[in-house]
Design a protein around this ligand. Structure first.
Ligand SMILES: Nc1nc2c(c(=O)[nH]1)N[C@H]1C(S)=C(S)[C@@H](COP(=O)(O)OP(=O)(O)OC[C@H]3O[C@@H](n4cnc5c(=O)[nH]c(N)nc54)[C@H](O)[C@@H]3O)O[C@H]1N2
Ligand SMILES: Nc1nc2c(c(=O)[nH]1)N[C@H]1C(S)=C(S)[C@@H](COP(=O)(O)OP(=O)(O)OC[C@H]3O[C@@H](n4cnc5c(=O)[nH]c(N)nc54)[C@H](O)[C@@H]3O)O[C@H]1N2
Ligand code: SF4
Ligand SMILES: [Mo]
Length: 738
């Protein structure tokens, strides 16, 4: 037996932990934390321990599936499956135009080097305006506020976790989620360290979460109250002369406009809607301002809600107004090693260039998932899903199921036959996550230290199976009508184009490199994503500049450091980080400010008696890791948390069943009575509902659970971004007999 050890980055969540895998040949046996990873320092969560099971899962597809004349999905060769997919897609595009094909990109694409680099190639080849992604069921409001305030959708300040004296967390549960828009392995230890060094942790959440359990203070806000709470804190800062801009001084516009808005949000006015009393709000504002350093941070509870963009904006207002933006211990920007488009002069704020039939705006080139069912019914003929399971993850899944079912043709790039891909006509499975190279292009933009870790594939790909970037490229070439060109040529074409763009941006920025595109291309390492990564590293701030900065980083240098490189704590980035048109911080962008009256109207309106929120749990990863037996041990986790008062008033019993009904639909779920949710709030996790006809995931089906997004209402969404509002959905809950 040739037992060996290989280290790589865990691809499963945003924490980017290093893992060391014990293998027998190419069979993974066990996983432990990689002690030599300078960022994760040996930390490992239970999900990573399931990587061998994921690799070995008999339900994970190894060959493509194509729907036969009998209406069933059958194994097919790669050549057959590509031929069917390309013929049909190309024919639909020819006959009905680019917008007849819709594309949905799911969450794991942000964790995949292949998809981060070659996803855009397919997107461009399709040329469709029918583009969707999990972003509009997630962080889109934060991207909108960051783009408008700072000039980049991912120019999102992250809490300087390891140095802060005070962390105010709203609507995030990092102890369970392992952190999001804040790449920080072993976040639990890092949070505990804040208190150990004398700092304070404050959690604002309708539920007393696992993170709240570690905190100095927990305040059970009413869902949707965050923007009002933070504006009321801003009110206090202005009223009491506590505003100080720190590093942002001299770089901000719109301060007077913000003061005028904050003036309308006295703590006493918002307290009832927010569910936190005025004295506490005043104290939170004063203590935040008085702390030597402080960071304000919000996540899903602040984005996937009715006022997502306002709340996301207000989080950074608090960072700015207390002098904590861009200072150590405050909220800072990462300096990532590899970042596409980093030298471009202009930001990426492209909004509302077109709209859905229902009037919802395009954002960063995509339409919101809240509009997807309507749009698919209105002229779209085919759908490609990549690493996504929208029939579990998007709001209003009953209507969306009918809409997807009614299309002419569906292609899924996915390793499982799940609630969504069971409807596909062609399923193209990516290789095991252990059989691909890994580099976190997306997540290292949001890391709490400047780090970089490249992982080579741990095991070989199965004979004849393409890498996922090759799947994307083959489809891209096919729909673009260049079917016969050999792959490497098209790959080289992608590299040439990116290289020309990056070198061109540098020249335009007055910092040209002394190489031609051809010379640079000749120096690049590898093919496919590796080659593009090498390019991005070399033109980046630590890069060798193709010889201009000898000793600078290259992909070869990353390969030589398989446990990762620690490039130090975050450093100040103002004003260079800004990509707003005037390179200033816009504190009061029109698109956001125009939404304030809607918030004020809500303050004065009657709130629903009972609202639904979501939750995550440790051994789960949205919808797709429920097929691994040892992650599914123990009791049913897909339960409806109900406060004892609400249970009593509705005659609900612990372990009994409840019917949950909203404007969008109704489901039944087992009741778990607990005072960890505040009265008036019930909580159900998302990611369940696997036991539907056609799903080929044996373990997941046995633990099917209910699909909460049958009651999430696509009509209930954020204003400016139209991001799905999964939290704060008005529901009626009654005892069910079943
Ligand atoms: N174990 C595990 N880890 C994961 C995932 C997973 O499914 N399982 N998913 C990954 C993904 S895709 C993401 S985006 C991240 C998400 O990471 P987090 O945002 O940290 O995770 P959530 O558990 O969704 O936390 C949202 C919190 O918001 C609270 N909340 C709900 N409504 C409101 C509100 O109106 N205001 C406030 N202040 N709070 C509210 C909820 O009670 C919940 O505690 O997690 C990632 N990590
Ligand atoms: N009610 C409610 N709904 C929610 C949320 C919530 O909090 N509450 N959270 C939202 C959030 S934050 C998110 S991110 C979305 C997630 O929404 P989605 O991205 O649509 O769903 P996932 O469950 O992450 O499904 C990922 C899919 O990718 C496949 N997959 C895994 N790895 C790979 C790979 O390497 N390549 C390919 N091609 N496929 C792969 C899996 O098999 C699965 O089918 O859900 C959203 N939906
Ligand atoms: S926290 Fe996330 S990255 Fe770290 S081991 Fe767990 S799943 Fe993997
Ligand atoms: Mo997410």
């Amino acid at each position: 037996m040739a037992e060996r050890h290989a280290s790589r980055t865990c691809p499963l969540c945003e924490a980017t932990c290093g893992v060391t895998i014990t293998l027998d040949g190419d069979t993974p046996l066990a996983v432990r934390g990689d002690d030599a990873d300078p960022f994760s320092r040996g930390y490992l969560c239970p999900k990573a321990a399931a990587l061998p099971a994921l690799h070995a899962d008999p339900d994970r597809l190894r060959t493509p599936l194509v729907r036969g004349a009998d209406g069933e999905l059958h194994p097919a060769t790669w050549a057959e499956a590509f031929a069917v997919a390309i013929d049909r897609l190309a024919a639909i595009k020819r006959a009905h135009g680019a917008d007849a094909i819709a594309l949905y990109l799911g969450n794991p694409s942000a964790h995949s080097l292949d998809l981060m680099t070659f996803g855009p190639v397919l997107t461009r080849a399709l040329g469709t305006r029918q583009r969707y992604s999990a972003s509009s069921a997630d962080q889109l409001p934060k991207m909108v506020s960051a783009a408008l305030m700072f000039g980049g959708g991912l120019a999102i300040p992250v809490p300087d976790l390891d140095r802060t004296d005070r962390l105010l967390i709203l609507g995030a549960n990092p102890v369970v989620s392992n952190g999001s828009l804040m790449t920080a392995p072993d976040v639990k230890a890092r949070l505990k360290a804040i208190r150990a060094r004398g700092g304070k942790l404050i959690v604002i959440d309708p539920r007393r979460t696992e993170t709240a359990a570690l905190a100095d203070e927990h305040h059970a806000i009413r869902p949707g109250g965050d923007a009002a709470l933070l504006l009321a804190m801003a009110h206090v800062l202005f009223a009491e002369g506590l505003v100080t801009l720190g590093a942002a001084a001299g770089h901000v516009d719109g301060l007077a406009a913000v003061e005028a808005i904050a003036a309308r949000f006295a703590p006493e006015r918002v307290a009832a809607r927010v569910g936190i009393d005025a004295a506490t709000i005043r104290r939170l504002a004063r203590e935040h301002a008085a702390a030597p350093t402080a960071a304000c941070y919000g996540r899903i509870g602040t984005t996937c809600q009715e006022f997502g963009t306002l709340a996301s904006w207000a989080v950074d207002l608090i960072n700015v107004l207390t002098g904590n933006l861009d200072r150590a211990g405050g909220a800072m920007w990462t300096t990532p090693v590899a970042l596409p488009g980093r030298h471009r002069a202009k930001g990426d704020s492209k909004f509302a260039r077109h709209r859905s039939k229902g009037g919802l705006p395009e954002m960063f080139g995509e339409l919101p998932v809240a509009a997807m069912a309507d749009e698919l019914r209105g002229g779209v003929r085919a759908l490609i899903t990549v690493a996504g399971n929208p029939l579990v993850s998007a709001p209003g899944v009953d209507e969306l199921t009918a809409a997807i079912g009614g299309l002419e043709f569906r292609v899924a790039i996915d390793p499982y036959v799940n609630a969504t891909t069971r409807l596909a006509d062609v399923v193209l499975p990516p290789p095991s996550p252990l059989a691909r190279a890994h580099y976190d292009v997306a997540l290292y933009q949001l890391a709490i230290r400047n780090v970089a870790r490249y992982s080579a594939p741990t095991v070989a790909r199965a004979d004849g199976a393409p890498a996922e970037w090759e799947i994307m490229l083959t489809l891209a070439k096919g729909v673009a009508g260049m079917g016969a060109a050999p792959l490497p040529m098209a790959d080289a074409g992608v590299a040439r184009e990116l290289c020309a763009r990056e070198l061109g941006d540098l020249a335009a920025a007055g910092a040209p490199l002394a190489v031609t595109v051809e010379q640079a291309l000749a120096m690049l390492d590898g093919e496919g994503p590796d080659r593009l990564l090498d390019l991005l590293v070399r033109v980046g701030p630590y890069g060798d500049g193709f010889g201009a900065r000898p000793g600078g980083l290259t992909l070869a240098a990353l390969r030589a450091a398989p446990h990762g490189l620690d490039l130090g704590p975050l450093v100040p980035r103002l004003p260079d980080v800004l990509r707003t048109p005037d390179r200033r911080i816009a504190l009061a962008p029109a698109l956001i400010v125009d939404d304030v009256p809607r918030l004020e109207a809500a303050l004065d309106a009657a709130a629903p008696a009972l609202v639904l929120i979501g939750r995550r749990e440790l051994r789960s990863n949205n919808s797709w890791m429920h097929n691994l037996p040892h992650l599914m041990k123990g009791g049913d986790r897909c339960t409806l948390l109900v406060h004892p008062d609400d249970a009593r008033a509705r005659g609900l019993t612990d372990g009994g069943r409840a019917r949950v009904a909203s404007a969008a639909g109704a489901i039944e779920a087992p009741v778990e009575i607990s005072d960890e949710v505040r009265p008036g709030v019930v909580s159900l996790p998302h990611g369940f509902g696997h036991d539907v006809a056609g799903v080929r995931m044996g373990v997941a089906r046995a633990h099917g659970g209910v699909n909460v997004n049958q009651v999430s209402d696509p009509a209930f969404h954020d204003g400016p971004s139209a991001n799905a509002a999964f939290n704060g959905v008005a529901v009626e809950v009654t005892a069910a007999s079943g």
